[in-house]
Ligand binder design. Structure first.
Ligand code: GDD
Ligand code: MN
Length: 388
């Protein structure tokens, strides 16, 4: 009887204790988000290499190349580097034919990479890039024509090593209110110092901020790995809320579980591998980093334990029902009902389960750094581009 009571009370207290540090971090970030200082427009357009890693992207590759070539940026200053990792759907030759006809003033090159994995390809690209700045994009991200101009203006500030855009959270449907909170937090972190979590869909880097460092090619979250590396080398890595990328406004904008688990795993690994960035040497970034490390590695387990501690008494209470009395079931039941009525709580709990799942896969030796593109999503993108 008492132990039942004690269990759910412990669960509730644990949940509150666990959520307090991330909640405070979020509030701090939200407070700072508006103070991000934007640069002036860049008077001279720096030379850019556009790195486009692809594997089996035959559905979207032509549209993506057209989107790049059509951007508001002097194409004579742009060189496109397509990194094709052993596609089996002719992505490489489709890209070659398309660029031959449509590249205009942009120069271009297609590299074939034998070993699959985006991080492998990216490390290889880092050896090829000849310009001081490069932009990386996902084949399936839809970008407005201003993207290159908005990215490159940041590099007038020699302290900025990396910039990324953000998912347009008003554009999509269900999954996105949660993403918009993350967006606010990342901009806040950028205003304070840097954000460790990046968007590979559209991001740009200063080569000298990377230097001879490379990312772990056996792990994913290549984008966030690079952002952490840039900060480690003493430069800032920021998210610009004016640079948006889109995903189709369809049921596919609700992210698939497998993709979320893969990304969660990549991020968790990156936080663990870079855990020394919590050191005081990194100034305000140390606390941003610690907070995100806690949120990705420890918090999901605490929340899971807390939910189990609230569920168990309900379960046993129901088994022993008449003897134990209704209140043993009612109080924890009411708390769970309130929690699941709140969208934020559901989002936090769902995200925690994804992270726990990704950790278990990792501990059992399953790395998710090689994956197949989501064909349904790509068909939706194609329809979306044709319609607009
Ligand atoms: N060269 C190469 N080799 N490119 C690849 C490979 C590969 O083995 N696998 C995927 N890519 C390319 C895709 O063709 C696409 O252009 C881009 O990497 C992103 O792949 P998606 O299939 O669209 O994955 P996502 O939407 O979940 O991407 C997000 O998470 C990834 C890490 O899990 C983005 O943030 C990516 O930038 C990030 O790498
Ligand atoms: Mn994608």
């Amino acid at each position: 009887m008492e132990i039942i009571e004690a269990t759910w009370i412990f669960g509730v207290m644990l949940a509150f204790a666990a959520i307090t540090p991330p909640a405070l971090h979020y509030l701090k970030g939200k407070n700072f988000a508006a103070s991000l200082q934007f640069p002036e427009n860049q008077p001279n357009s720096p030379e850019l290499t556009i790195v486009l890693p692809v594997r089996n992207e035959s559905i979207v590759i032509r549209d993506k190349l057209d989107e790049i070539v059509g951007m508001e940026y002097p194409m004579s200053r742009v060189s496109i580097l397509v990194l094709d990792s052993a596609s089996t759907d002719r992505t490489g030759s489709i890209a070659r034919q398309h660029l031959k006809k449509n590249a205009g003033e942009a120069s271009w090159k297609i590299e074939n990479v034998k070993r699959p994995g985006k991080s492998v390809a990216l490390n290889l690209a880092l050896d090829f890039i000849e310009t001081e700045f490069f932009v990386m994009m996902d084949a399936d991200a839809m970008l407005p024509p201003s993207s290159l101009r908005l990215l490159s203006r940041w590099f007038q500030d020699p302290g900025i090593g990396a910039v990324c855009g953000q998912l347009d959270s008003h554009h999509g449907s269900r999954g996105h209110p949660y993403r918009s909170r993350f967006n606010v937090l990342r901009v806040g972190e950028s205003a304070i110092d840097s954000t460790p979590i990046f968007e590979g869909s559209i991001c740009a880097f200063r080569m000298s901020a990377i230097g001879h460092s490379r990312i772990n090619s056996g792990s994913n979250a290549d984008d966030s790995q690079l952002a952490m590396l840039v900060r480690r080398n003493g430069f800032r890595a920021i998210m610009d809320p004016e640079i948006k990328f889109f995903e189709p406004d369809s049921e596919y904008s609700v992210e698939k579980r497998s993709r979320r688990v893969r990304r969660a795993q990549g991020l968790s690994r990156a936080f663990w591998a870079n855990r020394d960035l919590r050191s005081k040497n990194y100034g305000a970034y140390a606390s941003i980093f610690s907070s995100q490390l806690y949120f990705h590695l420890i918090f999901p387990w605490l929340i899971s334990v807390s939910v189990v501690s609230i569920l168990l008494p309900i379960f046993f209470g129901l088994l022993e029902f008449p003897d134990i009395g209704w209140h043993a079931v009612l109080f924890p039941g009411a708390i769970l009902a309130m929690g699941s009525a709140s969208r934020t709580c559901r989002g936090i709990f769902g995200g925690s389960l994804i992270l726990v799942h990704s950790h278990i896969l990792l501990l059992s030796g399953r790395s998710l750094h090689i994956w197949e593109p989501d064909a349904e999503l790509r068909l939706a993108i194609q329809r979306n581009r044709r319609e607009s």
